[in-house]
Design a binder for this molecule. Sequence first.
Ligand SMILES: CC(C)(COP(=O)(O)OP(=O)(O)OC[C@H]1O[C@@H](n2cnc3c(N)ncnc32)[C@H](O)[C@@H]1OP(=O)(O)O)[C@@H](O)C(=O)NCCC(=O)NCCS
Length: 170
Amino acid sequence: MTLQLRPFTEADFGTLIDWFASEAALVQWGGADMRFPLDDAQLGAMLREGAGDRAARWLFSGVVGGATAGHCQAALDWRHGVARLGRVAVNPAFRGRGLAAPFLRQVIDRIFADPAFKRVELNVYTFNNAAIRTYRGLGFVEEGVRRSAVQVGPERWDTAMYGLLRTDPR
Ligand SMILES: CC(C)(COP(=O)(O)OP(=O)(O)OC[C@H]1O[C@@H](n2cnc3c(N)ncnc32)[C@H](O)[C@@H]1OP(=O)(O)O)[C@@H](O)C(=O)NCCC(=O)NCCS
């Protein structure tokens, strides 16, 4: 199964909104600041950050056979050469087929293709085994855990921080 990277656009909004059926699923994907349900307004604000030569954010779709199979964003700190990967998701209909790593490998290659970027980092909730296996397989190193970092309904979740340097083995 070949996955191709292309920019995320407004035409993808409806598809992405359908992937998150609960507040917990939305926060697991997008972090504690997301408001359930995901909507055009929240996605529009993200997309606007993607404008310009030195955008604050790059937004990607992963396409398999014409279908949107993945989504990922990178928040860009141009001054310090750091890209923070986030809002990584594989379409529920495509999960468990080993697509996450090849998708993110293309995103990481795209980031490091720009000489400005020396480091890619990300946050992941510690129970998210599929995500953590993916990130470790790509060479990310765990750098610490923020214990009891967010409140989601009645639960508090721990956040692990991972980093990958341009010079790290991949
Ligand atoms: C995290 C996510 C992108 C992974 O994609 P996926 O299609 O489910 O996973 P893949 O089939 O590519 O497998 C990735 C790895 O996780 C493992 N895995 C897959 N599903 C798993 C599960 N339910 N529990 C534990 N491990 C799992 C696979 O065996 C594989 O590990 P390996 O490479 O060591 O063999 C996807 O599950 C997702 O979109 N989750 C919801 C949003 C989310 O949590 N995003 C991450 C935010 S940090």
